[in-house]
Write a protein that binds this ligand. Structure first.
Ligand code: GH3
Ligand code: MG
Ligand code: MG
Length: 478
């Protein structure tokens, strides 16, 4: 009875900590000090592989190696499967014995149970045959039951800690999405942050492009083999990568019913995603989907702010900003940049004759002609009223004049619905650096050339005559 009392005291020590390894070490210390065993191991069951692996050990008996003991095999595996203590008084004549320790003669394996589940085995060995008497077996079994509670507490505690860290991470991610409008930055941060709070070794985020194809946008960690992401991928599934012992979870990014992409999380080796982990990762995916959607709206609003409402081409604000960039680029890397200022001829007549609405149609049709005849890199803008401006990056005056004339001819030969006479344009052309080295001087030079085109009869292209900036400098009162 006294031994039982001592044992209860010992159990209190086991229950005094929540850290798993401390619990295990306490258990081993008590086994050594109270039961005077020479060798003892605690094996924990890896549920995914059904293998018992040594987590803590003391003494001279050789514990099973890295590979562990399969559930149901050896004396340890048999105890786990049978869910009761297995005592082998002489292992040399026990066919179940698979141990490698030459010094072991008797072995007692006691399953560690939490509720109805085996979580591990307490493996006690002695170099003497039939070392464990009935009382010792009973006491050790009692102690193993107490230790199991300690193990369960440690497990619960680590789950709670994991959950708390995840909730904190979700909160931090959610906060960040409200201040971070740059999507790339947000995705990169997320890929770094997730592995710190989730059992995730690698995160990849795929977003759908305009064609609906999944494009890898951000990634952290090392890829294990090739991840095949295709349209056939089922939503929100978890599977184990064969041979790698890693789980993978694919979470769809959905916002307002729109499928925006995928978040693929690859687990760490040997760890499984708990239902709580997946729930938490789903929350992250939802936040991410909303952030992606927000970033798209912001992008769209930004785009709209650069566009002209009537024609859809860029507006004057964008023209000025873009020309500034192109002049800076040309100044640094060469290649030049040209500007066309285009004004519709006698447009007032069109309005007067056919009405303002039809005039608007003509403006739209003319800007479409420009877009059709220009390169993708050229920037077509409505400068104001019936005046357009075009930036031709990396283009010198001579070629710019040829482009201008192509546009002029295209407009003059076009048929405009309900307009019975030809619509024509006059164009002034200027280039950097020949006609000016600042943005404003280049625009002024093109404007002056446009004025010249009007003066000399309209429906024509005029090149800026010289350096507009120096012309003004030479005649400051002009
Ligand atoms: P030119 O340039 O050849 O000297 O003659 P013009 O008749 O085109 O020149 P003016 O500057 O006198 O008239 C421009 C006209 O363009 C006047 C204005 O009503 C018209 N206009 C400006 N913006 C718009 C618009 O958005 N829609 C329509 N329908 N007309 C516009
Ligand atoms: Mg005009
Ligand atoms: Mg005008």
């Amino acid at each position: 009875m006294q031994r039982v009392a001592i044992l209860y005291d010992a159990s209190q020590a086991v229950l005094s900590t929540f850290a798993l390894d401390e619990v295990l070490n306490q258990v081993l210390e008590i086994v050594r000090d109270y039961f005077h065993l020479q060798s003892c191991s605690i094996l924990l069951l890896d549920e995914s592989t059904q293998v018992l692996r040594v987590r803590a050990h003391f003494g001279d008996g050789v514990p099973p190696g890295e590979d562990g003991v399969p559930f149901g095999q050896g004396i340890v595996g048999t105890a786990a499967k049978a869910r009761r203590p297995i005592y082998s008084p002489d292992v040399t004549s026990d066919p179940r014995y698979t141990g490698k320790s030459k010094g072991t003669r008797s072995q007692l394996a006691i399953p560690l149970m939490v509720r109805d589940e085996v979580v591990g085995v307490l493996d006690c060995q002695s170099s003497r045959p039939d070392y464990f008497d009935d009382e010792t077996v009973d006491l050790l079994t009692l102690f193993a039951a107490q230790s199991s509670i300690g193990l369960q507490n440690a497990k619960l505690y680590s789950m709670l800690q994991r959950r708390a860290a995840q909730l904190e991470a979700i909160n931090a991610i959610a906060k960040r999405t409200t201040v971070e409008l740059d999507l790339k930055e947000l995705l990169d941060r997320l890929c770094v942050q997730l592995p710190t709070s989730f059992p995730v070794g690698q995160v990849s985020i795929y977003l759908r492009d305009e064609e609906g194809d999944l494009i890898l946008r951000s990634e952290k960690g090392t890829l294990v083999g090739g991840l095949k992401v295709g349209d056939a991928l089922p939503d929100g599934y978890v599977h184990t990568q064969p041979g790698e012992g890693r789980e993978e979870v694919c979470l769809p990014l959905v916002s307002f019913g729109e499928d925006l992409g995928l978040m693929v999380c690859v687990g760490t080796p040997g760890e499984t995603f708990l239902p709580n982990d997946i729930q938490a990762l789903e929350s992250v995916a939802d936040i991410l989907a909303t952030a992606t959607q927000n970033a798209r709206y912001v992008d769209r609003v930004r785009q709209l702010a650069l566009r002209d409402g009537l024609t859809g081409v860029f507006n004057r604000r964008h023209f000025e900003q873009k020309l500034m960039e192109e002049v800076t680029r040309a100044a640094r890397y060469g290649g030049g940049v040209s500007v066309l200022m285009i004004d519709l001829d006698r447009f007032k007549n069109i309005n007067d004759e056919f009405g303002h609405m039809l005039g608007d149609d003509v403006l739209r049709a003319v800007s479409n002609i420009f877009l059709r005849h220009l390169r993708k890199v050229d920037v077509v803008c409505r400068y104001g009223g019936e005046e357009f401006a075009v930036i031709l990056p990396a283009t010198q005056g001579g070629s710019a004049a040829a482009v201008a004339d192509k546009l002029r001819r295209a407009v003059a030969s076009a048929q405009f619905a309900c307009v019975s006479f030809p619509v024509t344009v006059s164009i002034g052309v200027s280039e950097f650096p020949a006609n000016g080295i600042t943005r404003d001087d280049i625009v002024r030079a093109a404007d002056a050339a446009l004025y010249q085109a009007k003066e000399s009869g309209r429906n024509r292209v005029c090149l800026a005559s010289s350096n507009y900036g120096s012309e003004r400098a030479a005649a400051p009162n002009a």
